[in-house]
Design a protein around this ligand. Structure first.
Ligand code: MSP
Length: 525
């Protein structure tokens, strides 16, 4: 999955509803996107990473009503006080942030829609059926569950509403065959396999045309030729991926050039709850407009609380700061990707997170770094000794990169991180076996002692680069403390393809004893 020429590796997260503040489920997706894009940047690729907010529709409008403010005031406040600061505090390096209330979005949505109308993909019709405002989705009767005589949305466990409106429809059904062919010809286009199977069987079951406008409220983008209607919020929201990069602009304009450099998206990262929107409706919209479809839609699993999808509406939402205040930001970024296979549901538990923090981050990684810098200070006057090579470590490092790179590129974050952390364990084993503190007791062993310390420092050099996409703040500190920044330049400029080349850490660099990378947890809290 690498791009050549001017095309950037373009990754998107869903744009989140701003009816409430973010919880760790939202952070899970965005952190995964951030880690993957940092990995691709570290591979030396051009990258474009988009996130943003979904601001129209009834869900947001009703929340604003309940709070007695206008929807625009509500979304402005939440975006500025909750969403953007949240991503900043989690160290998310997105290149752009799109809001669906921005003119750059609304204008391009209207132009796109008019284009579909003009080419005969849209017609007037009547929609009658159930709707879940939590999902902002027209439901099929078979999608619902029944409790106490009421029909409920299985995701939100809340009663659905009946909609009966004259709307505009998109001829979605015309794209069933092209979509089936697309997924047959491009198995990578929808991942993991379970997600692709779900989409294929959904398509095989037949798909009806889609109502793409609403007439009973006005918080949305007006349909250009019928301004009594607003664009259905999902139709509006999905287009963000393309409006943010200049959809429909003159190829010679700034937007048009950006579009050529980014489209089609390489990965749309989504939770499995919104897979069908992304793998059925969205590519059909693009096909209708004659545009390339995304290269991959990847659906990850849910973070569960009490066996159910964690959500604010069920009062099970955990704010990222509840975790980062205790464990730190990098441990948060690491934990979910390390602990849960991407694509599978996983339960969050404080116990498991504490255990991994202590054994993998504080003991295996943090201690290795602090032991090394302390020993270089003590036995080598704080200077990295002459270069040395341990064939076992050198080949283990190469094998690590050979495993980690394809795993990360395939969004197997757990596999990629495991490979790197296994190398970390191996380096710990090397230090334990060589016992440099014993070698230091006899000056006759100085050369061997220095070799052991160089090999350990060089391994840490590689670990810092490999873990940088996952834990950028910690790895930057480690990079500084190895004296690498002064001699090798910024950590962000080190490439994955070169990381296994042994002997890069320049002898003679001054090691700086740094703060502890992963402090002991305060158990009194
Ligand atoms: N606004 C739509 C998406 C439009 S994209 C064109 C939406 N927003 S949302 O705020 O509900 O966020 C949905 C996304 O947040 C999910 O797809 C998933 O990526 C993430 N998650 C929300 N809750 C989650 C969990 N409990 N677990 C994991 N991810 C979750 O849907």
């Amino acid at each position: 999955m690498s791009n050549s020429g001017d095309k950037a590796f373009y990754l998107t997260t869903p744009i989140y509803y701003v009816n409430d503040a973010p919880h760790i489920g939202h952070a899970y997706t965005t952190v995964a996107g951030d880690v993957l894009t940092r990995w691709h940047r570290q591979r030396g690729e051009k990258v474009w990473f988009l996130t943003g907010t979904d601001e129209h529709g009834q869900k947001v409008m009703r929340t604003a009503d309940l709070n007695k403010v206008s929807p625009q005031d509500w979304v402005d406040r939440l975006v500025e006080t909750a969403w953007k600061p949240n991503w900043k505090s989690l160290n998310i390096a997105n290149d752009d942030f799109i809001r669906t209330t921005e003119p750059r979005h609304t204008e391009r949505v209207q132009r796109f829609l008019q284009g579909l109308k003009d080419s005969g993909h849209i017609y007037a019709g009547k929609y009658e059926g159930p709707y879940c405002v939590g999902c902002e989705e027209f439901k099929l009767p078979g999608d619902l569950i029944e409790a106490n005589g009421e029909k409920l949305c299985p995701i939100h466990s809340k009663p659905i509403e009946l909609v009966n409106e004259n709307n505009w429809f998109f001829k979605l059904s015309a794209f069933v065959e092209p979509l089936l062919k697309h997924y047959k010809d491009n198995p990578d286009a929808c991942q993991p396999e379970s997600a692709r199977n779900e989409v294929v069987s959904f398509l095989e079951g037949g798909v009806s045309d889609l109502s793409i406008s609403r007439s009973t409220f006005d918080w949305g983008i007006p349909v250009p030729w019928d301004t009594d209607q607003v664009v259905y919020v999902w139709f509006d929201a999905l287009l963000n991926y393309a409006t943010a990069v200049g959809l429909g602009d003159d190829p010679k304009s700034e937007g048009g050039i950006k579009f050529a450099q980014t489209w089609p998206a390489d990965v749309h990262l989504v939770g499995k709850d919104i897979l069908r929107f992304h793998a059925v409706i969205w590519p059909a919209m693009l096909m209708a407009a004659g545009l390339a479809v995304p290269k991959k839609v990847f659906a990850h699993g849910w973070l569960l609380v009490g066996g159910e999808k964690m959500s604010k509406s069920k009062l099970t939402g955990i704010a990222p700061s509840d975790i980062t205040d205790h464990f730190g930001i990098d441990a948060f970024r690491y934990y979910f990707l390390r602990a849960i296979p991407f694509g599978t549901d996983g339960s969050f538990s404080w116990e498991d997170m504490s255990a991994r923090y202590t054994s993998e981050l504080a003991n295996d990684f943090g201690n290795l770094a602090s032991r090394l810098t302390a020993m270089v200070e003590k036995y080598c006057a704080g200077i990295i000794p002459s270069a040395a090579k341990d064939p076992g470590l050198e080949s283990a490092l190469q094998a690590t990169v050979n495993r980690a790179d394809p795993a990360m590129c395939a969004l197997d974050f757990q596999g990629g991180i495991n490979a790197i952390m296994e190398f970390c364990k191996k380096v710990n084993g090397y230090v334990t076996e060589k016992e440099p503190w014993k070698l230091a007791k006899d000056p006759a062993n100085q050369k061997e002692l220095e070799e052991v310390l160089y090999n350990t420092a060089e391994s840490l050099r590689a670990l810092a680069v490999l873990l940088n996409p996952v834990m950028p703040t910690t790895c930057e500190i480690l990079w500084e403390s190895l004296g690498a920044h002064a001699t090798m330049g910024p950590i962000s400029k080190q490439t994955i393809s070169d990381v296994a080349r042994w002997g890069q850490l320049p002898p003679g660099s001054s090691v700086i004893k740094s703060a502890v990378l992963f402090p002991r947890l305060d158990v009194s809290e």
